[in-house]
Unconditional design. Structure first.
Ligand code: NAD
Length: 451
């Protein structure tokens, strides 16, 4: 049996999470045929890890300007896109047009025009595009979906979702390319795409209208100076700066092999500086955001994201006409591989305030109860979600997933559309209709009707 051929574009901190299982656990049926990135140094490190740690031969590498040559010469069946968000559409569209299927990291893209371009390319090519929404695959989140599907608290009319990013993980976005809205679409797209997708999927609903506020309240030079932290603003980056040693926001790229080889070594060939001062000038994304969403089926979502919290986690509440479900997750920072010094194999940072993950059902006029979960649940990166997602991507084709966890391009669009509309709402101080930005099957009412 010939193996399915995979190429990856974007060899930063994230792609290894998919390449490692592809060439090890799933290597019998799948083959890694090429890597592509702006940075030859980063690709060289991936090849080093492949050979040294994963027992796999080095694969051909292509710089970004040779992506089309890679498609011609290496003939992948599927391309995995894990580049900076604002560039996803370029590779998605070119790979689809070349006859490949595509998996893209979230967010599918960063603005409405790019989103429409992707939707048109999927339609024209007839190829499949999937979005790697790993959050859906977390065991607790799947259990929440089951409860909602079987009407444990009746019909849901409103949802509250509060997400806290801490001063490790949250701060990290302000060191990197994410801090420029043109690169990430802001965290309302880059990060909240996970949360909006969860709510869309949990409710099986399509968002209709969005209103939002957003401020830069903590990061940036001006905010630091205003609260008396001018001393943290004195250097443009952290690595190699003795003065930054005692700065709690310091990230020293010389401290671990992945940092040195992916990012320090890749600075000269890509211009990407990974450890910029979070209290510099020129940050163009908000760090606290508040969003209201109305769904086509009538439900309301009240959402908030704060990026400078002392603890990281999520609280969600579903208000139904037979009761309420509360789900909370405080398990630590979801740090990307190669975000922290040290081991490149684990993504969960320890969290001193971790209370764990639980789901509780509060029926009207009844006793509340905690929903039991198997004791061994939630192992591994992203609460076990990455491993389940990889099994879905690379395992044998199974029957359609009963929980509908596979997300195609339209569901990918439904999620980013909320963030893109929220950015527009903040800019104009008005509610924004999603249909004015992204055409999503106008007659459909439920997310499961979308590809
Ligand atoms: N689902 C998750 O939990 C999760 C976690 C982390 C990252 N991600 C996603 O994965 C993607 C990569 O994130 P990361 O943390 O690895 O970022 P990173 O900054 O470590 O790596 C980004 C890579 O993209 C490359 N790149 C940038 N512009 C390019 C271009 N025009 N052409 C080719 N390559 C280009 C860079 O050189 C770099 O190697 C992002 O889209 C991010 O949203 C998802």
């Amino acid at each position: 049996m010939s193996r399915k051929r995979h190429a990856f574009v974007g060899t930063g901190g994230r792609a290894l999470s998919f390449i490692d299982p592809l060439v090890t656990a799933y290597g019998e049926r799948h083959e890694l045929v090429a890597l592509c990135d702006l940075s030859p140094a980063r690709m060289a490190y991936y090849n080093k890890v492949l050979v040294r740690d994963l027992g796999h031969p080095a694969v051909p590498t292509y710089t970004a300007d040779r992506f089309d040559a890679m498609l011609r010469e290496r003939t992948p069946d599927e391309v995995f896109v894990a580049t900076q968000d604002s560039t996803h559409h370029e590779y998605i569209v070119r790979a689809l047009n070349a006859g490949c299927d595509v998996i893209t990291e979230k967010p599918m893209t960063t603005d409405a025009a790019k989103c429409r371009e992707i939707m048109a390319a999927v339609e024209a090519s007839g190829r499949r595009l999937r979005v790697a929404f790993n959050y859906r695959w977390g065991p607790f989140r799947s259990r929440v979906k089951e409860l909602l599907q079987r009407g444990a608290v009746g019909s849901i009319h409103s949802v509250n979702l509060e997400y806290l990013l801490d001063t490790h993980h949250g701060a990290d976005y302000f060191r990197r390319w994410h801090a420029q809205i043109e690169n990430s679409g802001s965290l309302l797209v880059h990060k909240s795409t996970h949360h909006f997708d969860l709510v869309n999927w949990w409710l099986d609903a399509i968002p209709r209208q969005v209103f939002a506020y957003g401020d830069l309240a903590f990061y940036g030079r001006e905010n630091a100076i205003a609260r008396g932290d001018e001393k943290f603003t004195r250097y443009p980056r952290y690595t190699g700066v003795p003065e930054a040693r005692d700065d709690p926001f310091c990230l020293d790229l010389s401290e671990s092999e992945p940092f040195r080889e992916l990012y320090l070594a890749g600075e000269a060939d890509s211009g990407y500086v990974r450890d910029r001062n979070v209290f510099r000038e020129g940050i163009t994304i908000p760090d606290q955001m508040s969003v209201n969403v109305r769904y086509r089926t009538g439900e309301l979502l009240t959402y908030s994201l704060v990026c400078y919290s002392p603890r990281e986690g999520m609280r969600v509440a579903f208000n139904g006409d037979r009761g309420r479900i509360e789900y909370q997750e405080f398990v630590g920072s979801h740090m990307n591989r190669a975000v922290r010094p040290g081991d490149w194999s684990s993504e969960e940072a320890p969290c001193g305030e971790a209370e764990g993950e639980w789901i509780r059902v509060y029926p009207h006029f009844g006793e509340s109860y905690e929903v039991p979960m198997p004791a061994d649940v939630a192992q591994g990166p992203h609460g076990g979600a990455d491993a389940i997602l990889n099994a879905h991507f690379y395992g044998p084709e199974a029957a359609p997933d009963a929980l509908g966890r596979t997300a195609g391009h339209e569901q990918g669009a439904a999620s980013i559309a909320i963030g893109i509309a929220a950015v527009e709402s903040i800019r104009t101080n008005r509610p924004v209709d999603i249909s004015d930005l992204v055409p999503l099957a106008p007659d459909a009412r439920h997310l499961s009707e979308l590809a």
